[in-house]
Design a protein around this ligand. Structure first.
Ligand code: ADP
Ligand code: TYD
Length: 209
């Protein structure tokens, strides 16, 4: 379905660690700016001073963190970012590209940690002020290829290992089947340039940029 580009839009990029999200999120911003649109890149968890403080706690806490505390902190960081950064931009007619958003919690805390996806969906609804992305790119890649691309130094969640990452990937695949109008699955095995071109084809089709 084609949508008008005159109002602000919200695009998210999702996938397991090392799939190439950050690389492609930056390209989407470049493409939007080249098309004469005002666009801002944000990352989760983080993207605002309070959210960045929560990020430090989430990724570098040395004590054992309860799975539910982890989920609530992810969503607390999201609420802050949504209220203070994302919604004001969109209301102002600008575009926002997010390197991770609500689907990450469903995939990591739901698929990875085994928490109830229905409960997480409800808390996400509250934490996002019911904001939904206009379009989501899920960059799908095998755990082995993702591992080969990841830097050696790993944060608390990246250290969870291959079985955890596989459950996260499986949950992303389920979500993309369930919400196929919003979520586009992109083959992450391709080269950076091929993926960039695939994503831009979908952007043009959806938004007539
Ligand atoms: P993420 O944000 O998903 O963790 P990044 O975009 O930071 O992933 O990419 C992780 C590493 O893999 C970076 O060194 C990046 O240059 C490289 N990379 C990204 N996409 C590809 C690709 N399609 N093929 C090969 N290397 C890639
Ligand atoms: P990310 O910023 O993608 O890591 P990096 O910059 O090292 O590539 O994400 C940080 C970690 O947080 C990543 O392992 C995924 C995890 N995460 C969740 O578990 N749940 C969430 O809701 C979000 C947003 C991230």
């Amino acid at each position: 379905m084609t949508e008008s580009i005159s109002s602000g839009k919200f695009i998210t990029v999702e996938g397991i660690d090392g799939c190439g999200k950050t690389t492609q999120a930056e390209f989407i911003i470049d493409g939007l700016v080249e098309a004469g649109l005002s666009a801002k890149l944000v990352r989760e968890p983080g993207g605002d001073p309070i959210s960045e403080s929560i990020r430090k706690l989430l990724l570098h806490a040395e004590e054992s963190m309860s799975d539910r505390a982890e989920a609530l902190l992810m969503i607390a960081s999201r609420a802050q970012l949504t209220d203070k950064v994302i919604l004001p931009q969109i209301i102002d007619g600008k575009w926002v590209v997010a390197d991770r958003y609500a689907d990450s919690t469903l995939a990591y805390q739901g698929g990875g940690r085994g928490l109830s996806v229905n409960s997480l969906d409800m808390i996400n609804e509250f934490g996002t002020y019911t904001l939904k992305p206009d379009l989501t790119f899920f960059i799908d890649i095998s755990v082995d290829i993702a591992n080969s691309r990841m830097r050696v130094e790993r944060d608390r969640i990246e250290k969870e290992g291959n079985d955890f990452q596989q459950r996260v990937r499986d949950q992303y695949l389920k979500l993309s089947e369930k919400d196929s109008d919003r979520v586009v699955v992109i083959n992450g095995d391709k080269s950076i340039d091929e993926i960039k071109a695939d994503i831009w084809t979908h952007m043009k089709e959806k938004f007539k940029i």
